[in-house]
Design a protein around this ligand. Structure first.
Ligand code: HEM
Length: 422
C-alpha cells in the first residue's frame, strides 16, 4: 500500500480519504456522529477512509460483502466490554458460539413464539392501563423496557424465578454505558486502571451469578433447558445468556418507542396501523400493514444504528481491497437513508414496503451474514405484539420538539407521548 496525495492506493480500487486530519475528523465525529458519517458517505461514496485505519462502508454491495464474509475475512473482534474477543476466526470459542447461536435460533419456533405472544399481550395490556393512568409519557423507551426486559427473562428462564434479572441487566447496561458511549479507545494497560472497567467487571460477575441462580431455581422451560440439553456447561451458559439478556433488554423497546412516536406524529399512519392491529390475533403471524410499520421504523430509526468489523486479511468488499488490520464502520442509520435505494429517504412512509425489496446490504437493521442478530425473529414478534395491543387500546399524540439519543441504542429523546383511550 502506498499513499498518493490524499488517496490511499491498494489493489485495484483507490480508497479515498475524507481529506481531514485525524484530530479534526475525530472531533467532527464526536460532535455529531450520525451527521458526520452521513455527510462523509454523501460526499465520498460507498467506501472512504475516515482516519488512518478506519474505513466507513455504506454502499449496499460493499456492506453486504463485509457482513457475508464475517468470521472469515472480517471479524467481530470485541466482546461486551469492547475488549479483544477470544472468539477469533478459527478459534474453538468462535466454533462454540456459532453452535450456540444455531441452538438459540432453532428454539424460536412458531409454537414458542405463539405461546409467548399470548403472555406478552397480557403484559402489554397491563402496560396500557399504566400508560392511561399517566396520560403523558416522556420516558417512552424506559416505559416499554419494563415489558421487554421481563419478556426476555421469561424466554430465557421459562417458569423459573427470574424476577431479579431485569434489574441486574439494567445495572449491567448502566455500568457499560460509559464504555460504549466514550468516543475514546483506551489501550489495554490504561483500561485496567479505570473505575468504569471495574464497574463493568463487577456487573458481569453479578449478571453471571444471577443467571446461574435463576437457572437453578425451581421451574422449567425456556432457553436455559435448551442450552443445557445442547451440552453447554454453567460458564458457557451464563456467557450466552448474558449476551442475550443484554441485547434484548432495551433494543426492542427503543424500536417500539420510535414506532409510537412516528404513528403519533402522523394520524393517517396511525389509523392504518390501528386497522391492521384489529386483525392481529395473539400470534406471531403479523398483519402485513403492521409489519410495514415495523420495517419502516427499523429503516429510519435502527436502534442498533452502527456495527463494526476488523479486517483480517486484506478483506475485499465490492471492488475495494481494505488494508489488513483496519476497522470497518457500518452505520446502519446512514445506509438506510441512501437516496439511490429509497424515495424520500427521510420520510416515514410505511406503505413503501408494500412493493419495496431493497438490494442486499441496503436494509440491515439486524445486521447480516453469519453474525446477524440471533433474536431478529423474537424481536419482531415482540414489537408487533406490543404495537398491536397498544393500538387496539390507545390513541397517541406527540408533543415536544424531540430529538434522538445515539450514545448507545438509538432512542427518541425529548418527546412527550400523550395517551388517551380509543
Ligand atoms: C429490534 C430489536 C433488535 C435489533 C434492531 C437488533 C439488532 C442487532 C444488530 C444490528 C446486531 C449486530 C449484527 C452485526 O453486527 O452484524 C445484533 C446482534 C445481536 N443481537 Fe440483536 N437486535 C434486536 C433484538 C435482539 C433480541 C430480542 C435478542 C435476543 C433474543 C438479540 C440478540 C442479539 C445477539 C446475541 C447479538 C450478537 C450476535 C453475534 O455476535 O453473533 N437481539 N442485534
Amino acid at each position: 500500500m502506498h499513499v498518493d496525495g490524499n488517496e490511499v492506493q491498494d489493489g485495484n480500487q483507490r480508497i479515498p480519504t475524507v481529506g481531514l486530519d485525524h484530530a479534526s475528523a475525530a472531533l467532527s465525529y464526536r460532535t455529531n456522529q450520525l451527521g458526520f458519517l452521513y455527510e462523509m458517505a454523501r460526499l465520498h461514496g460507498p467506501v472512504v477512509e475516515l482516519w488512518p485505519g478506519t474505513v466507513l462502508v455504506t454502499g449496499p454491495e460493499e456492506v453486504h460483502s463485509v457482513l457475508k464474509n464475517t468470521n472469515r475475512k472480517f471479524s467481530k473482534d470485541r466482546d461486551l466490554r469492547l475488549r479483544k474477543s477470544k472468539a477469533t476466526p478459527g478459534s474453538q470459542k468462535l466454533t462454540e458460539w456459532m453452535s450456540t447461536r444455531r441452538t438459540v435460533i432453532a428454539s424460536m419456533t412458531v409454537e414458542m413464539l405463539d405461546e409467548h405472544a399470548v403472555w406478552l399481550s397480557k403484559m402489554t395490556d397491563e402496560l396500557a392501563d399504566q400508560m392511561l393512568r399517566r396520560r403523558c409519557i416522556n420516558d417512552i423507551t424506559a416505559t416499554l423496557e419494563r415489558v421487554t426486559s421481563m419478556s426476555i427473562a421469561r424466554f430465557c428462564f421459562g417458569s423459573r424465578d427470574a424476577a431479579a434479572i431485569p434489574r441486574t441487566a439494567q445495572a449491567m447496561l448502566d455500568a457499560l454505558f460509559p464504555i460504549f458511549s466514550s468516543p475514546y479507545e483506551f489501550p489495554p494497560y490504561l483500561k485496567l486502571a479505570q473505575p468504569r472497567e471495574w464497574r463493568a467487571n463487577r456487573g458481569i460477575r453479578k449478571m453471571h451469578a444471577e443467571v446461574l441462580s435463576a437457572a437453578k431455581s425451581s421451574g422449567e422451560g425456556g432457553l436455559v433447558d435448551v442450552l443445557y440439553r445442547s451440552g453447554l456447561d454453567d460458564t458457557a451458559m451464563a456467557d450466552a445468556m448474558t449476551a442475550i439478556l443484554l441485547a434484548a433488554h432495551s433494543v426492542p423497546a427503543a424500536a417500539t418507542a420510535w414506532a409510537l412516536v412516528e404513528l403519533a406524529r402522523n394520524r393517517d399512519e396511525q389509523e392504518l396501523a390501528r386497522a391492521a392491529a384489529t386483525e392481529w390475533r395473539s400470534s406471531w403471524a403479523e398483519p402485513p400493514a403492521l409489519g410495514w410499520v415495523v420495517d419502516e421504523t427499523l429503516r429510519l430509526w435502527p436502534p442498533t444504528w452502527v456495527s463494526d468489523r476488523a479486517v483480517d486479511e486484506g478483506g475485499v468488499c465490492g471492488s475495494w481491497r481494505l488494508p489488513p488490520r483496519s476497522r470497518v464502520v457500518l452505520p446502519f442509520w446512514v445506509i438506510h437513508r441512501l437516496a439511490e435505494c429509497y424515495v424520500e429517504p427521510a420520510t416515514f412512509n410505511s406503505r413503501r414496503w408494500e412493493h419495496l425489496s431493497p438490494p442486499p446490504g441496503a436494509y440491515v437493521p439486524f445486521g447480516g451474514g453469519p453474525r446477524r442478530c440471533l433474536g431478529a425473529r423474537f424481536a419482531r414478534a415482540e414489537i408487533i405484539t406490543m404495537l398491536a395491543v397498544l393500538l387496539q387500546r390507545l390513541s397517541f399524540r406527540v408533543e415536544g420538539e424531540g430529538t434522538l439519543d445515539a450514545r448507545t441504542t438509538l432512542s427518541p429523546k425529548g418527546f412527550e407521548l400523550l395517551v388517551s383511550p380509543r
